[in-house]
Write a protein that binds this ligand. Structure first.
Ligand code: HEM
Length: 471
């Protein structure tokens, strides 16, 4: 890249408030502000303001937004040991506890080693039947002309699948409670990131939003603890994440406690369905808006599947579907930002920028994926960007919907199989048309969600299908 060294004091960024730093701009229009930052170079410095400097007792406290894939690779992979996750909002910490999403060092390595075999290769493809069955079950409740809130439908679908993966049984009445708790959690976490005051009031202070949050998560927790207790007493073997955790031991060879198991299960429950549901929602919306892509997909589905349900073996042949999925994750990455990383020691990046110790490093798939240097006309939906040829022209790490390095998404293979099979199953039988008059914008909460409920109308496909799920 470049030979010169750019010291932290010469790095630039947009003008921000002296007292409050970049936070008012981020709060007002997070996604727009991040895109504006692209104009300031490969590494953009965003001062955090005097108030945060006083609180942290750190002079020149700043966030550094990385816009160059080579720098992203350096921080997430090459020199990843120099970075840890920055402290998270209190509500987020309460939800995920010491689960694999938030731990560091040896504990984190140990947790990943435990989960990796479960979420890889044949073990994942074995769930293909479950995924297509659940998708068909959902369509069984739809009729020609049914109007659906597609985000809600996708969330219930992915929740029913992850619940089976975790607990080996069907989710029952918990489904609505879990979705309500997540909504309360998302609102509180956003508030805590947006407002310094909200983030420093401890969760035990009984204000209404804390009470709502604690009450709703306690219901899920109690259910999880009950399932752990029941399974401890069961004698027959199970192939699910709960059994994996019950047979695991810590570094001293002791079995995991109920609390440790709860943290992992809660992590997978949330990380493992909300993101995939978002990705599916955006994909349905794009397919409804871009008729030619939808038609080409229909042709591919007929050619590869005829009138049967997809299996894991079909997935590599559904090439255009995969291109649509990738392009949807580019435009609307559910994890629109990775967790902010904290630098331990000074580090010189490949772009020449030097990050000081304690730098808060911001890597955002949203910003990277909409950088015109790697993705010309970046706001346009164009699945052709993911043809094999087009992909070869881009630098690695310009597209990172699942993160990278030692903290790369553990559920990536599963999410991809699940997303593609759900799309193929449903798109073979129905068209989903967006209801006219809705202007939908991405809303960056814990995941990148549509800002309003996405209403769609179910239309039966005109070509013959033998799918008995559709009436
Ligand atoms: C389209 C769907 C998904 C997307 C876009 C996604 C994205 C991500 C990203 C970007 C990270 C890294 C965060 C960071 O580095 O700060 C991550 C981590 C993680 N994801 Fe996913 N994810 C998806 C689905 C899933 C599923 C289905 C599961 C589980 C079944 C899952 C489990 C996890 C876990 C446990 C981590 C933490 C890994 C670690 O820190 O070692 N994700 N995900």
């Amino acid at each position: 890249m470049v030979d010169q060294t750019i010291s932290p004091s010469t790095l630039s960024g947009p003008p921000v408030s002296r007292w409050w730093g970049c936070f008012p701009d981020l709060r007002r229009d997070t996604l727009g502000f991040l895109l504006q930052c692209q104009a300031y170079g490969d590494v953009v410095k965003l001062p955090m303001g005097l108030v945060v400097e006083l609180l942290l007792r750190q002079r020149d406290a700043a966030m550094y937004v990385l816009n160059h894939p080579a720098d992203v690779k350096h921080v997430l992979v090459t020199n990843q040991d120099n970075y840890t996750k920055a402290p998270v909002a209190p509500a987020e910490s309460r939800i995920f506890g010491q689960g694999v999403l938030h731990t560091e060092g040896d504990i984190h390595h140990r947790q990943r080693r435990l989960f990796l075999p479960f979420f890889h290769g044949n073990h994942v493809t074995a769930y293909a039947g479950l995924i297509t069955d659940k998708a068909r079950e959902l369509m069984g409740r739809w009729h020609d002309g049914t109007r659906v809130n597609i985000e809600q439908e996708m969330a219930h679908l992915t929740l029913s699948i992850i619940w089976r993966l975790l607990f080996g049984q069907d989710v029952r009445s918990e489904s609505d409670t879990i979705r309500d708790a997540i909504a309360a959690g998302q609102r509180l976490i956003k508030l805590q990131y947006d407002s310094l005051l909200a983030s420093i009031i401890p969760l035990w202070v009984p204000i209404p939003r804390h009470r709502r949050f604690t009450r709703s998560f306690r219901v899920i927790e109690e259910r999880i603890f009950r399932l752990i207790r029941e399974r401890r007493m069961a004698s027959e073997p199970h192939d699910d994440v709960l059994s994996l955790l019950l047979s695991a031991t810590d570094a001293e060879g002791r079995p995991l406690s109920d609390e440790e198991i709860r943290d992992e299960l809660m992590t997978f429950l949330l990380a493992g369905h909300e993101t995939t549901a978002n990705a599916l929602t955006w994909t349905w919306l794009l397919l409804s808006q871009f008729q030619s892509a939808r038609e080409r997909l229909t042709r591919e589905l007929i050619e590869v599947l005829g009138d049967r349900l997809p299996t894991a073996a079909d997935v590599p042949r559904l090439r255009y579907l995969k291109m649509i999925w990738n392009e949807s994750l580019r435009l609307y990455p559910p994890a629109w930002t990775l967790h902010t990383r904290l630098a331990h020691t000074q580090d010189r990046l490949p772009s020449g920028a030097v990050l000081p110790p304690h730098a808060w490093v911001f890597v955002s798939p949203w910003t990277l994926h909409r950088n015109p240097r790697w993705f010309p006309d970046p706001h346009r939906f164009d699945p052709e960007r993911f043809s094999e040829e087009a992909q070869r022209t881009r630098p690695p790490f310009s597209y990172i919907p699942f993160g990278a390095g030692g903290r790369r998404c553990l559920g990536e293979s599963f999410a991809e199989l699940e997303g593609l099979l759900i799309l193929a199953t449903i798109a073979s039988a129905v068209c989903l048309r967006q209801v006219d008059g809705q202007t939908i914008q991405p809303d960056p909460v814990m995941t990148l969600r549509p800002n309003i409920p996405v209403q769609m109308v179910v239309q039966r496909m005109r070509f013959p299908t033998s799918d008995p799920a559709m009436t």
